[in-house]
Design a protein around this ligand. Structure first.
Ligand code: FE
Length: 292
């Protein structure tokens, strides 16, 4: 541990946020039959603005993932895929192609529209990861599509006592993440904690935040958070951040937070706009082949 760096960037979270709700999510299938747990469901979009969806997939049964996600459209937001195990091939109508491997991130800004596929590049073995949908502000919903594959080695990390924080987006302890988003100040951390290790993250009380544990168990401000559930962190006005502590087996978890956009949300499947009119336009554009 670099003590010089840690003393200068040492956060002081004195009033950590409590857990507001624990949610098991919905077991469902999407794409061509890929089994997943939708942890952030549509009814939580207002509460967790600017985040629109979070899926957790994790299976070693090829029948649960082999169909993949054949060609489908998106408009109006960004998809962030974080692979933990397995390999997926991405291709889109803007000409981008990439292979997602463990520890890597694919960040895609659909903007005015892309049609893409996400297909497993393996016949067997485990497939595990997250897909998060991040909203775009109204003025950016029809921007040009953007895409970046971020290899595992390119994800900046902060290391503390018993803690590795992989900074996918935003910043943590003075480490700037791989992606920055000015409007939402989106933060996406993957935390690896040794048994009993603690981690603190200062955070404005108005930012919406949640934690999902995917290995071990974690205490959040004294409450136990079991694996594979969505823990919504309260926006307690006097709170100044998040305090996490790993259980005796250690823990791995994602911590996600962002500034709400506070704009109307209109969703129809893979299109997320501000009004019903814009949704009809998106469907129309897709049918007329104007999304690609
Ligand atoms: Fe997609």
């Amino acid at each position: 541990m670099d003590t010089a760096a840690s003393t200068t960037t040492r956060p002081a979270v004195t009033a950590p946020r409590p857990v507001e709700r624990l949610l098991r999510g919905q077991d469902t299938r999407d794409g061509a039959g890929v089994r997943l747990t939708r942890l952030l469901t549509q009814d939580l979009q207002r509460r967790l603005d600017p985040f629109l969806m979070l899926d957790l997939f994790g299976t070693d049964n090829p029948g649960d993932y082999i169909g993949g996600f054949p060609d489908h459209p998106h408009r109006g937001f960004e998809t962030v895929t974080y692979m933990l195990q397995g390999r997926m091939r991405h291709r889109d109508s803007a000409g981008h192609e990439g292979l997602l491997v463990p520890g890597g991130v694919q960040w895609m800004t659909a903007g005015r529209g892309v049609i893409h596929s996400e297909m497993p590049e393996q016949q067997d073995g485990a497939m595990e990861g997250f897909q998060l949908w991040l909203n775009l502000p109204a003025r950016d919903k029809l921007r040009a599509p953007w895409y970046r594959d971020i290899a595992s080695a390119e994800i900046p990390e902060w290391q503390g006592a018993g803690v590795v924080a992989r900074v996918i987006a935003g910043a943590s302890h003075g480490v700037a993440g791989a992606v920055q988003r000015v409007d939402t100040d989106a933060m996406f951390l993957d935390l690896h904690l040794a048994p009993g290790a603690g981690f603190e993250q200062p955070l404005p009380a108005t930012h919406n935040a949640f934690v999902v544990v995917y290995r071990g168990t974690l205490g959040v401000a004294g409450s136990a958070v079991p694996a594979r559930q969505l823990a919504i962190l309260a926006n307690t006005p006097a709170s100044d951040g998040v305090a996490l502590q790993a259980g005796p087996q250690g823990a791995r978890a994602i911590l996600v937070a962002g500034r709400p956009l506070k704009e109307p949300i209109a969703q129809y499947g893979p299109f997320v706009m501000n009004t019903q009119q814009e949704i009809l336009q998106a469907v129309d554009d897709f049918r007329a082949g104007r999304l690609a």
